[in-house]
Design a protein around this ligand. Structure first.
Ligand SMILES: O=P(O)(O)OC[C@H]1O[C@H](OP(=O)(O)OP(=O)(O)O)[C@H](O)[C@@H]1O
Ligand code: HPA
Ligand SMILES: [Mg+2]
Length: 182
């Protein structure tokens, strides 16, 4: 698996530092607000487990599974809810945790949904932001790194279901993508 990586963009240590910084700020901003901290599966799972342990105030955790990429490197634009929240967002301060904002379609759909469900506030924390590819006007409140316009994998992010377990964020060798384009 490691042989498929062309280059590492963000190491485990760099991600850890960024996560600690974001956690400190989130702790300050959400003190006394008892936020509902939502993990957007599957991509955010790895980052989520780290960031929630840096939030040093009362909060509740919940999970939602949405998907728009399937096995492609380009969003289908069709955001499907595979598993909804167990908790009501009505009157709650919501903090969405994502691995990456790319076109912004996933988050636009989620922010609209939580506003329609009468959340008190909706904020976004993302490990990675790829602003060059934005279609929807989504701006995160907490960002780990701005990434160049490349398809990245690792730390929760997949290509065809693989590489989520890499402990860093990197770029695959071009032949890996080419091998899958028939
Ligand atoms: O800004 P966008 O263009 O919408 O892309 C970002 C979304 O795409 C990926 O999820 P995906 O739909 O691939 O599902 P996954 O999290 O299960 O991998 C990623 O985890 C984000 O949720
Ligand atoms: O660059 C990416 N990598 C993996 N999954 C993604 N989903 C949106 N953008 C990406
Ligand atoms: Mg996702």
């Amino acid at each position: 698996m490691n042989d498929d990586i062309l280059k590492v963009l963000y190491s485990r240590e760099q991600i850890q530092d960024a996560t600690e910084k974001m956690g400190k700020q989130i702790t300050k901003d959400f003190e006394g607000k008892d936020p509902l901290v939502i993990c957007i599966l599957k991509g955010a799972a790895v980052f989520y487990s780290d960031i929630v342990r840096e939030i040093n105030t009362y909060c509740e955790l919940d999970f939602m599974d949405v998907s728009s990429y399937g096995n492609e490197t380009v969003s289908s634009g069709d955001v499907k809810i595979i598993k909804d929240l167990d908790t009501s967002v009505e009157g709650r301060n919501v903090l969405i945790i994502e691995d990456i904002i790319d076109t912004g379609r996933t988050l636009k759909c989620l922010v609209d949904l939580f506003e329609k469900r009468n959340a008190k506030s909706v904020k976004i924390c993302t490990l990675l932001d790829k602003p060059d590819r934005r279609i929807e006007g989504i701006v995160p409140d907490y960002t780990g790194f701005k990434v160049p316009n490349e398809f990245v994998v690792g730390f929760g992010l997949d290509y065809m279901g693989h590489y989520r377990n890499l402990p860093f964020v990197g770029v695959l060798k071009p032949e890996i993508y080419a091998d899958n384009q028939e």
